[in-house]
Ligand binder design. Structure first.
Ligand SMILES: [Cu+2]
Length: 235
């Protein structure tokens, strides 16, 4: 780097002071973040086992101020008459694309308050999309295939995670503080739990969600009517 006449050692000292200041500001914030981890299981009716624990979403709502969430772009594929993945957690303001990988048409829609949309009918290789601007749980359906059900879970908090197939979850980079932890699965009663996160994170242990009261109810099509299967699709 070229030094201009008269700058010399003062410039170097000034740079050193700036570096020291940066370290003082950044170091405590970095040191006080940890992972919040645990394992979720579902209580089903007798004889039923859970095969969809990866649909569990865990998020932490700070009791104080939170850093801002960063919107992103993500994908839920339409494949084999299913949403894949079936559940997707995204930050508030994120765009979700729905590429059609089947050889027949789909029509993605939601009737959710604050999140209603309708992509219209589109065929193989085309992509529908929707931007989710408000936090909440948004059920998404297909107007052609009555069994297609998915969920976009939109987060205000930046601290969230989706469980693995075994129900284990880990929410990374959570600053020390007190939080309300939310645990969600579409067939279970939603659970809330107070969690204290230290500089080393927090371990919640095993969390049981109650899905024993779940009963399947066929949703209506986008016009609020029963599906007629007029196009010949069978399940
Ligand atoms: Cu469809």
């Amino acid at each position: 780097m070229r030094l201009f006449a008269g700058e010399g050692s003062m410039g170097v000292l000034s740079a050193a002071r700036h570096a020291a200041l940066l370290i003082c500001v950044c170091a405590p914030a970095l040191a006080a973040q940890g992972a919040v981890s645990g394992q979720v299981s579902l209580i089903e009716r007798p004889g039923e086992s859970s095969e969809d624990l990866a649909d569990v979403i865990v998020w932490l709502e700070p009791t104080g101020a939170a850093r801002r969430n960063s919107p992103s772009k993500t994908t839920i594929r339409l494949s084999g008459r299913q949403f894949s993945p079936r559940v997707r957690a995204v930050a508030e303001g994120s765009k979700v694309e729905f590429p059609n990988e089947d050889s027949f048409s789909h029509n993605v829609f939601s009737k959710a308050v604050n999140g209603a949309f309708d992509t219209g009918v589109y065929g193989r290789g085309k992509t529908g999309e929707q931007t989710f601007r408000e936090a909440g749980v948004f059920p998404i359906y297909c107007n052609i295939h009555p069994r297609m059900t998915g969920y976009v879970v939109v987060m205000k908090s930046p601290y969230y995670a989706q469980a693995g197939d075994d129900g284990r979850f880990s929410v990374a980079n959570v600053p020390a503080g007190t939080y309300t932890m939310h645990v969600w699965h579409d067939r279970a009663v939603a659970l809330e739990k107070a969690v204290v996160v230290t500089a080393g994170g927090a371990a919640t242990g095993r969390i049981e969600l109650d899905a024993s009261g779940y009963r399947f109810v066929q949703h209506k099509n986008k016009l609020g009517q029963e599906y007629t299967n007029a196009n010949g699709d069978r399940y």
